[in-house]
Design a protein around this ligand. Structure first.
Ligand code: MN
Length: 755
């Protein structure tokens, strides 16, 4: 049967080999099989048509690994089915998701063949044509576009996440700089997004893959430690559960255990941020007790059963009272429900126990889609997620925001926890944690927000900047004459309030903007500079403004005096005189294509060798992360300052790579470097007489390292110090750190991220 699908009717050329055709039908059948329960009569025919079109359209394309391109959409569809739990429409869209972007097929044709819904989703999955302005990021724009479609259909994001997951799984065959770009973009936006939608499994895998490609050594180290401690872990779980198994069964609870370890990325995070050793992470894994056999509709019974299990666990083991979390009574915003407690085991280690029902577990792992599956049984269940989606829609409504600003706002929303408050009538409102009376007012209505002058929280009069707490009942007081001010933006936290206030301010700012524009043009003319787009953009960069409007506004409001343009003129002339520095001429790339070319010119096909004098390309080492030879690094092409070298671990790397991945240049250190670099080392420990002498003895005496500064602070017998030293490379630095660690009383020695 499936033979028919994959016989393409071109006798001149066979695009797929026999083995490949077999593989395609195998994967296709797997998709249909996985979605059995959702597929209705007639669906199969449409899905097959989608496969045919996609196979034909992609027939001449191969992936970097050499496999036929069609494997990719097939795998994406399979992830949608098996790991997210989506149905036929999503399968069709997944199969066709790259067709409009990469082949001759148009959105119109898709609409004709599959209807408006499919076309709309695919439109959301298709990148915009690249004609972006210099100041904007195409990647951020694409992301915004994708989210705009999200407000009509969440499946856009779910399929995009499946697409990203498969790309991450197959990242091994990509070039190093693409790996970095894609990996950072993933950790910056896609993993948090998966988390927000409750797709825990996908989020964890994305994070692990990110680590695998950005910190391969660390990744390997942790995963081998995890597998070697597997038996010990199993023994601990068995011992822990032994007394519980019996009592839980006696109580009539039908259950099973999952004892999965933490994923590699979160262990790595703990290791790096808390500076503990692998062996000392006490919550390396959690024991999950999953209760079966309760009909999902009987929410009360589910809750009672979970608390019953909790009572048995804490009868047997002493709980840590600070670590009880009841996500059943108040589910998290991503829909997560579970009961968490941490108890002391007989082996003397803390063990986290998670108690939940099968339904809760499925939601915890598959998130959004699993939610919908149960929606029919109890419509109140998905309230938090719907609320969140509404918030996303609000963010999206603000189309004037620059794409990057939008992305930042959006990310802020992804990470935030929420606060539950009530209207005077007792309606529940879920706002972002830290929300103020003013946020609440804007959440109710823009007109109320605009006129808000104060609030009453639990009948007490409070200012509009008052931060709300869980359970607060809030009443808004308004006056006719109230006017929003810029000051408001300092304390509101919800994107809705921010967006609305900005809108209102923008309206009144228009006058200042046009005044500022006049001032600048006049002054430039005075100084004999033609106000070209290039000049304006340089001016914007010089005054560190994010766009022209902001620049004009600052002049219009006379926050910046017109005379300061003189300084810009001087700087500009000095710049032009500087030799060898790469300054990209913006006139040279009016469109994305020529910008791309310019970058290629700089990049060549080779890796930038840092410190190789033969290379004619100039670069500087980024101040934000202070790289030294031996660090994993990348080059980043800036508009005005040439190439900057950053560490892969730079605090800014995620932001740079996810917004401007096309400006990334492969870079590595030339082997023969005789230069030394300044790094800062932070150390702490127990203070004693002679400590500083010992430290400086190691540095200048034993290792003959040049020290530039040493500062030490002591309090209550503990000391914390910072040393600035010159080293040749990471090896040199490691030796120094090793020696310092050996000094009596020294507890930790770390390289500081910045100077
Ligand atoms: Mn794709």
């Amino acid at each position: 049967m499936s033979q028919q699908i994959i016989n393409n009717k071109s006798p001149e050329k066979e695009y797929y080999s026999e083995t490949e055709k077999k593989e395609i039908s195998k994967r296709y059948r797997k998709i249909l099989n996985g979605a059995k329960e959702y597929i209705k009569e007639g669906d199969t025919r449409v899905i097959r048509k989608a496969l045919n079109i996609s196979m034909e359209a992609h027939k001449e394309m191969r992936r970097k690994s050499g496999e036929p391109y069609i494997y990719h959409p097939l795998e994406v569809a399979l992830i949608c089915v098996e790991e997210i739990g989506l149905g036929p429409t999503s399968i069709i869209c997944a199969l066709l998701h790259d067709v409009v972007e990469d082949t001759h097929i148009t959105l119109k044709e898709i609409e004709k063949d599959f209807g408006p819904k499919v076309a709309q989703i695919i439109d959301g999955l298709t990148k915009i044509a690249e004609n972006f302005e210099q100041t904007q990021s195409a990647q951020a724009e694409n992301f915004r576009k994708m989210l705009l479609t999200l407000s009509q259909d969440v499946r856009v994001i779910l399929i995009k996440l499946a697409d990203r997951l498969h790309n991450m799984r197959t990242l091994g065959s990509m070039a190093r700089n693409s790996q970095l770009k894609i990996a950072h973009e993933t950790i910056y936006i896609y993993a948090p997004l998966a988390h927000r939608l409750g797709l825990y499994q996908i989020k964890s895998e994305l994070e692990d893959l990110y680590l695998k490609y950005t910190e391969p050594e660390k990744y390997k180290e942790i995963s081998s430690k995890l597998s070697s401690s597997k038996t010990a872990r199993k023994r601990l779980i068995d011992g822990f559960m032994k007394p519980l198994n019996k009592r839980l069964a006696e109580a009539g609870l039908n259950f099973y255990i999952k004892g999965r370890p933490k994923h590699i990325y979160s262990i790595w995070k703990k290791l790096t941020t808390q500076n503990v050793s692998f062996e000392n992470i006490y919550d390396l894994f959690a024991i999950r007790i999953i209760i079966k056999g309760i009909p999902p509709a009987e929410h009360d019974k589910e809750k009672a059963a979970c608390w019953q299990a909790y009572s048995i666990v804490t009868d047997e083991y002493r709980p840590n009272p600070d670590r009880l979390k009841d996500w059943i009574s108040t589910p998290r915003a991503n829909g997560y429900e579970s009961l968490h407690t941490t108890v002391m085991s007989n082996q003397g280690v803390w063990v986290e126990v998670q108690i939940r029902t099968e339904r809760m577990d499925e939601i915890a792992e598959k998130g959004y889609a699993a939610h919908w599956k149960y929606k029919g049984t109890d419509t109140t269940l998905d309230k938090p997620l719907d609320q969140w989606l509404n918030q996303v829609r609000d963010t999206l409504a603000d189309k004037d925001n620059s794409a990057i600003e939008f992305l930042e706002d959006f990310r802020g929303n992804l990470f935030s926890e929420e606060v539950f408050v009530f209207t005077p009538k007792g309606d529940l409102k879920v706002l972002r944690k830290g929300a103020t009376v003013l946020d609440f007012a804007f959440d109710i209505h823009t007109e109320i927000g605009k006129k808000c002058t104060a609030g009453k929280v639990n009948s007490h009069l409070v200012p509009i900047s008052h931060v709300l707490q869980n359970g607060d009942q809030v009443e808004i007081l308004t006056t006719k004459n109230q006017k929003p001010s810029e000051d408001w933006l300092r304390f509101v936290v919800t994107s809705k309030a921010k967006a609305r206030i900005k809108d209102i301010l923008k309206e009144s700012n228009k006058t200042h903007i046009s005044e500022g524009k006049d001032i600048i043009y006049k002054k430039l003319k005075n100084l004999g500079i033609e106000p070209t787009l290039e000049v304006l953009n340089q001016l914007r960069a010089f005054f560190n403004k994010k766009d022209y409007n902001e620049l004009f506004y600052f002049f219009g409001k006379t926050y910046i005096q017109a005379d300061e343009i003189k300084k810009f003129k001087q700087e500009r002339e000095a710049m032009a005189n500087r030799q060898k520095k790469i300054v990209i001429d913006e006139k040279a790339f009016k469109d994305a294509k020529s910008f791309e070319k310019e970058i290629q010119k700089v990049k060549g096909n080779d890796t930038l060798l840092i410190g190789d004098d033969m290379q004619q390309i100039d670069f500087t080492l980024a101040r934000c992360c202070n790289p030294i030879p031996g660090d994993d690094v990348f080059g980043f092409l800036t508009i005005n300052e040439g190439i900057k070298i950053h560490r892969n671990l730079c605090p800014n790397a995620q932001q740079l790579l996810s917004n401007y991945g096309n400006r990334v240049i492969k870079a590595r250190w030339a082997s023969q470097l005789e230069k030394s670099y300044l790094v800062t080392i932070e150390l702490s420990g127990i203070d004693r007489v002679g400590m500083i002498q010992d430290i400086s003895k190691v540095i200048s005496g034993e290792l003959h390292i040049n020290m530039r500064g040493l500062s030490v602070e002591t309090f209550d017998g503990i000391f914390e110090g910072k040393i600035k030293v010159y080293v040749f490379d990471t090896k040199h630095l490691d030796i120094l750190i090793g020696k310092l660690e050996e000094i009596e009383g020294v507890n930790s020695v770390l390289r500081a991220a910045t100077e």
